[in-house]
Design a protein. Sequence first.
Length: 197
Amino acid sequence: MTSKQVLLIQGHPDTSAHHLCHALAAAYASGAQEGGHVVRSLIVAELDFALLRSQKAWEDSELPAGLQQAQDDIRWAQHIVLFFPLWLGDMPALLKGFLEQVARPGFAFEREGGSTAFTKKGLTGRSARVVVTMGMPALLYRWYFRAHSVKSLERNILGFAGIAPVHETLIGMVGNFKAGDAERWLGKLRRLGLKAQ
């Protein structure tokens, strides 16, 4: 098996406690390292950046100094794994704000001929996995709600930048786990990490 450069992006905004998202990321990292892959981790809640408030700021302002390493890590990665809890049907605002900051023109994409309609994807050659925890049943989210926020992330952010393929791991009913449920999911994430999938 070929070694991969793997970046884990922890999108849980709460650093005051250890959450399932943190345990899942640790399990994935353990498996990836056992599989001979090179792993870097990025914890969004520990980064210092402001939210963008205008298109002009997104296009013309300087990237916050604290996010340069994040862009470097994304550029370095061959496989990216994002972890976050579903909050109000979507990713937490802090993670969305982070993605808005790093996915800027000149990094996530290049405009061709100055046009906003035609762009060259800036992050091709990378794959990704999105790991989402939620209180509702994952099947309900996937089939009734059509996994709308995850699909939007895959299409409008990751796919727009050229990251493909993107796979999903949706973990539901996390507040009502029965004995052994957490261990089974941690085992699954470790196995995914082993193969850097």
